[in-house]
Ligand binder design. Structure first.
Ligand code: FAD
Ligand code: EPU
Length: 338
């Protein structure tokens, strides 16, 4: 049964722990809930915000509309030959799905262990970590079209995945609510351990033939050592994207800053490590008012307690301006500002 709440605090629903209110709020457990809600005036007369785990949003003010918390459950698997298709409801906690797959010997997602949030949000910014992106295991997703109430299936090619990007952040922004995602995983294991930090830990532990369980554990350990736990320190992971610049510009920067960290990004482009740029500007581990950057990762902005979204946002402006003055590189926010 659909329950519509009014004027509720969103503090428990965003990992930054920002205390704002939603004018209306409903939790969605089935596609039918969405169809039912669509007939309600509160749906047609208000702006909509779709929320999963709230781990990639920064609220800067009360939300004067309807917040839909997507909690559609369920995991279904279909094993054939060396492959397995896993379909998960949009509300499944991402790391629960990863653990389920690792425990069942379904390979492909283990490098994405411990990323917060829900399955439904995973295609939105094509989540990625430790050499793997969502697009590497994505088969398709189903989504509810807000304007019509129709359910549409999106295949891989429809989604236009790129680094921290998809069609759902661009042409189709705000038009669909993802209700389930299907993944193509392997029962024959192929390990991806190219990432430097993973190789270092495998070598240290003398693990020569890692299993997907080893990979999942190692990735989780690296993450815990670098990133603050949102249950104790509010944050939304990397606040900015790693900037991608032209190779010609990179050559100039490299002359001025020989230690600059970079990765090839294809087609005459280079990706820079935003955390390094921010650290070089003196921002690593600083505290400003109630906000600041994390001591082990300058790319992560934190709420030390009682920060407002506006305070965090202003601090992020200061970082963007300082990095731009020093490196002539404009950082873009990864976190969705509301
Ligand atoms: P939310 O924050 O609730 O929403 C994010 C966006 O997706 C919003 O625009 C929202 O409207 C939209 N959305 C959510 N659900 C749906 C849906 N069902 N249908 C349509 N739109 C929807 N990200 C990475 O890529 N890699 C990382 O390594 C990583 N590490 C992190 C570490 C920490 C400590 C934290 C706090 C965050 C990290 N993130 C990382 C960011 C975040 O976990 C991901 O972006 C995640 O996919 C967000 O999921 P969510 O359910 O919390 O989405
Ligand atoms: N670095 C610094 N100083 C810092 C932070 C990083 O010099 O304060 C350097 C590191 O030493 C390293 C390089 O920058 O040489 C990259 O750092 P790291 O491996 O920690 O990764 P990242 O590029 O900062 C990205 C993602 C993370 C993801 C990790 C692991 C983005 C914006 N962030 O971070 O994703 O978990 O790689 O793959 O692409 C997120 O999106 O929220 C997120 C946490």
């Amino acid at each position: 049964m659909l329950v519509l709440q009014e004027n509720i605090s969103l503090k428990p629903y965003n990992t930054f722990g920002i205390d704002v209110k939603a004018r209306f709020f409903a939790e969605i457990f089935t596609e039918n809930d969405l169809a039912e809600l669509r007939n309600h005036t509160v749906f047609s007369e208000n702006k909509l915000l779709v929320l999963g785990g709230g781990s990639n949003v920064l609220f800067t003010e009360n939300y004067e509309g309807l917040v839909l918390k997507i909690s559609i459950p369920g995991i279904v698997t279909d094993v054939a030959d060396n492959q397995v298709l896993v379909t998960a409801g949009a509300g499944v906690v991402w790391n629960d799905l990863v653990n389920y797959c690792v425990e069942n010997g379904f390979a492909g997602m283990e490098n994405l262990s411990l990323i917060p949030g829900t399955v439904g949000a995973s295609p939105i910014q094509n989540i990625g970590a430790y050499g793997v992106e969502l697009k590497d295991v994505f088969e398709s997703c189903t989504a509810f079209e807000i304007a019509t109430g129709n359910i549409r299936k999106f295949d891989f090619a429809d989604c236009h995945f790129a680094y921290r990007d998809s069609i759902f952040k661009n042409e189709l922004k705000g038009q669909y609510i993802i209700t389930s995602v299907q993944f193509r995983l392997m029962t024959r294991i192929r390990i991806n351990s190219q990432y430097g930090a993973i190789q270092a830990l495998l070598a240290e532990r003398r693990i020569t033939h890692p299993t997907i369980t080893d990979l999942s554990k190692i990735v989780s350990e690296i993450r815990v050592s670098k990133l603050p736990d949102p249950s104790t320190i509010g944050n939304a992971g990397s606040f900015f994207k790693n900037p991608i610049i032209e190779s010609s510009k990179f050559e100039t920067l490299k002359l001025a800053f020989p230690a600059i960290i970079s990765y090839p990004a294809g087609e005459g482009k280079v990706k820079l490590a935003a955390g390094w740029l921010i650290e070089q500007c003196g921002f690593k581990g600083v505290t400003e008012g109630h906000t600041g950057t994390w001591k082990n990762q300058a790319l992560v902005l934190v709420n030390h307690g009682g920060a407002s979204g506006k305070e965090v946002y202003s601090f992020s402006e200061k970082i963007i301006d300082t990095v731009c003055s020093k490196f002539d590189v404009k950082l873009e926010r990864e976190v969705n500002i509301l």
